[in-house]
Design a protein around this ligand. Structure first.
Ligand code: FES
Length: 323
């Protein structure tokens, strides 16, 4: 049976087993979210041995060159020495400067870090408060916003989201660390049509990446779809309409109620588009199924998925990514 070495642990894992499950069962702290090979939260690297090809689907060239693989898709065939990606941010204190309601369940939190952070909208940062920590997607833009912006929805059993949504006020201190993630706007082809699908609170992450595309003068059409269960769940509608007025290539649509692929079916440049989607894991799986039916390959998708329930001590309020 293959032996997988992670830090100082040797873990036995055979082809029938999933490496992520074995690592978690051994008490290793491995980020994960969708468990379906979409969000890339569980990205790891093999520093010795070759990871199975099936665990590398959807990874970019740089990740492949460095023996990257997805732990949730990894059925080890041989011994491996594995590590997590390097995190790019030492812990630093930060101050909450405002908490604003965007609708009945989503809050926008502005945070002033004690040092400049070099980040891209769509990347993730860990926020810690009184021994609890959660990872959030950065919605702000480093060139346009002086402060960091995150969108928070209270999750069942989530200590950090509960505190941020119900108690946090301007002047409260938090700790930021572990900047990570590669789900952000890439300037490789400025004419590629971009389609963003946001489920509920996932709108913030998508809007951050849309803003970055516009900042970099993306030329191709950009469609932003906000999918919510009820009209009352919509937010930032005026902001988005104003953005569309300012940028002719941007359009914004809402889908209220059940998910429907009608909007995507009407796109003339569907097969050339790059898709970003963000939302709770069941929604992400739903969107990915639609794209599969439309023969869109995983390489054309970037995903941020998150849990709306606390499922484990690795659970995150918002996590995910890819390219
Ligand atoms: S948890 Fe492995 S790709 Fe999402």
């Amino acid at each position: 049976m293959p032996i997988i070495q992670f830090k100082d642990q040797n873990i036995h894992c055979d082809k029938q087993q999933i490496l992520l499950d074995k690592l978690l069962a051994a008490g290793c702290s491995i980020p994960f979210s969708c468990r379906a090979g979409l969000c890339h939260s569980c990205l790891m690297y093999a520093t010795a041995g070759a990871p199975p090809k099936a665990a590398q689907q959807g990874l970019n060239q740089e990740q492949l060159q460095n023996n990257g693989f997805l732990a949730c898709q990894c059925h080890p065939e041989a011994d491996l020495v594995v590590r997590l990606p390097c995190r790019h941010q030492d812990a630093m204190p930060a101050i909450i400067t405002s908490v604003t309601a965007l609708n009945q369940v989503v809050k926008q939190v502005k945070i002033s870090p004690s040092k400049l952070i070099d980040y891209r909208p769509g990347q993730l940062i860990k926020l810690s408060h009184q021994g609890h920590e959660r990872t959030y997607t950065l919605v702000s833009h480093p060139e346009q916003d002086q402060e960091l912006l995150i969108h928070v929805q209270r999750i069942a059993g989530g200590n950090v989201s509960q505190w941020l949504c119900e108690s946090a006020v301007a002047g409260d201190t938090v700790t930021l660390s572990d900047l990570q993630g590669d789900c952000y706007y890439q300037q490789t082809n400025p004419h590629t049509p971009l389609v963003f699908i946001a489920a509920e609170v996932g709108l913030g992450a998508m809007l951050g990446i849309v803003s970055d595309a516009l900042w970099h003068q993306h030329r191709g059409p950009i469609l932003l779809i906000h999918h919510v269960p009820n009209t009352a769940d919509l937010f930032l509608q005026d902001t988005l309409r104003e953005l569309c007025r300012q940028h002719h290539q941007l359009s914004y649509q809402t889908i209220v109620g059940s998910w429907t692929a009608d909007t995507l079916n009407q796109l003339t440049n569907l097969q050339r588009s790059h898709f970003f989607f963000a939302g709770a894991t069941p929604r992400i799986i739903e969107y990915w199924s639609t794209l599969q039916q439309l023969s869109i390959p995983l390489a054309q998708c970037s995903v941020i998925s998150f849990d709306l329930e606390e499922v484990s001590n690795q659970a995150v309020d918002i996590l995910g990514l890819s390219f």
